[in-house]
Design a protein around this ligand. Structure first.
Ligand code: FAD
Ligand code: NAD
Length: 395
């Protein structure tokens, strides 16, 4: 009989880890492995807030996939997935079709706009290298336009919707970048506004209150204006309308109000909650023993509530899912997925951060160093010392 075909969709955190582990575990001719990704590079999503604000380069945030996998062992297909056809076990790409015996869906999430009018059309989001390039150049362009028009305030008002980790990390970078842009474009920094709008009564809902206070104080000092307990109700070409009735005029709205699962999954007919699939204990889609769903598209419960979708989760799932596919092929027992929370660290711009590891809380320089360590550890994990040296940020 022919050897099993394994197809991995997406080369983000989950997909790369799965591919690398399969490459390591599988023997020659035990299975055919294909990795499909829209781009020929893997991006380090957890860094995207920096190139988005322009405080770090795009090149530090992406890695060529061919440097991460052995193309003698894994077929890399650079293409966009258009459709997943469960009934005939096929994946339709923009330029071809693949059939599979085992499918790993690791396509990452999409911004959740909750149907808020105008957001999809007029707001930008931090989700890929291309979207981040757009945000960065858009911001610079606003400064240039400001000096060439009659000083329209909306060009130098910046609105970030959502103060979860993505919103807070981005706003912090933006606050670091604005003074530099002001210098470059001869704009008085006192005229620039950065608004962070959050629907919940506090920023970083659910995070340790002392650390939330620390972050708020620091960012307020850096020039961020928080609008808490205030929801964005509409986004227009001229700004946002808030639940208070107030309008914030701005040509730059960045939406970090949450993420949902990839629409391809519900289109395939799998049962979803906000686009995510509640996977079984082995990470498979219920009723489909040969389909694994990992990363932002999977839903794993922590008691009653789902775990938040994180890179940490996607990495651990990638490793477990590769083990389970190898075990299935060899007729061995599968391993139950057990998430191990190693902690949470968020950056607050240059030299600043907050974090919780176990029962310990960190803030300031220590947290910033911890964040760097986590980042370097990931680079080491996927690319060893050479990648750490090429892409690591040490200062
Ligand atoms: P992704 O990493 O998003 O990868 C999906 C891949 O699929 C991408 O390569 C994409 O190009 C590809 N793809 C998508 N659609 C298609 C298609 N149709 N066809 C072909 N390819 C496709 N988590 C943490 O744990 N710690 C952090 O510090 C942290 N920081 C973050 C900072 C920011 C600014 C953001 C936005 C997120 C952060 N997260 C963090 C969350 C984390 O990045 C995600 O949970 C993680 O990336 C999910 O991994 P994934 O494998 O599911 O998908
Ligand atoms: P999120 O869902 O965690 O936060 C979105 C925020 O937007 C929430 O606080 C929500 O109340 C707010 N919001 C929703 N609708 C709104 C509205 N209409 N108006 C104003 N505010 C609104 O999303 P995220 O920050 O993008 O994070 C996504 C995932 O990635 C999370 O699991 C997060 O833990 C993870 N992440 C982790 C890190 C880190 O560990 N350093 C960094 C970024 C993201």
């Amino acid at each position: 009989s022919s050897i099993p075909k394994i197809v991995i969709l997406g080369a983000g955190y989950g997909g790369i880890l799965t591919a690398q582990r399969l490459q390591k575990e599988l023997n020659y001719n035990e299975a055919d492995v294909t990795l499909v990704n829209r781009h020929d590079y893997h991006y380090i999503t957890t860094h995207l807030h920096m190139p988005a604000a322009g405080t770090d380069s795009i090149e530090n945030t992406r890695v060529s996939i061919s440097k991460l996998i052995d193309e003698f062992k894994i077929d890399l297909v650079k293409s966009s997935v258009q459709e997943i056809r469960l009934h005939d076990k096929k994946v339709i790409l923009e330029d071809g079709t693949l059939s599979y015996d085992y499918l790993i869906i690791a396509l990452g999430g999409e911004p959740e706009t909750f149907g808020i009018p105008g957001l999809a059309e007029h707001a930008m989001s931090i989700r890929s290298i291309n979207s981040v390039r757009l945000i960065r150049s858009h911001i610079e362009h606003q400064f240039a336009l400001y000096k060439n028009e009659r000083r329209p305030q909306e060009r130098i008002n910046f609105v970030v919707g959502g103060a979860g980790f993505s919103g807070i990390e981005f706003v912090a970078e933006l606050a670091d970048r604005i003074p530099k842009l002001c210098k470059e474009y001869d704009v008085d920094p006192a005229l620039v506004n950065i608004y962070n709008v959050e629907a919940a009564p506090s920023a970083l809902p659910g995070f340790a209150p002392e650390l939330v206070d620390y972050a708020m104080e620091l960012l307020t000092r850096k020039g961020v204006t928080f609008k808490l307990g205030t929801a964005i109700q509409e986004c227009t070409p001229h700004g946002v309308v808030l639940s208070t009735g107030e309008e914030l005029r701005s040509n730059t709205v960045v939406w970090t109000g949450g993420i949902r699962g990839n629409r391809l999954i519900e289109a395939a007919g799998l049962e979803t909650m906000r686009g995510r699939v509640k996977v079984d204990e082995y990470l498979r889609a219920p009723g489909h023993d040969h389909i694994y769903i990992i990363g932002d598209n999977s839903l794993v419960l922590n008691g009653e509530r789902p775990y938040p979708p994180t890179a940490q989760m996607a990495i651990q799932q990638g490793i477990c899912c590769a083990q389970n596919i190898v075990a299935t092929i060899r007729g061995k027992v599968l391993r139950k997925f057990q998430y191990q929370h190693k902690g949470t660290v968020a950056s607050l711009g240059k030299g600043q951060g907050i974090g919780v590891v176990g029962s310990k809380q960190y803030q300031g320089w220590k947290a910033a160093q911890l964040k760097k360590l986590v980042d370097l550890r990931y680079l080491f994990m996927i690319g060893g010392i050479p990648l750490v040296l090429r892409k690591g940020r040490f200062l």
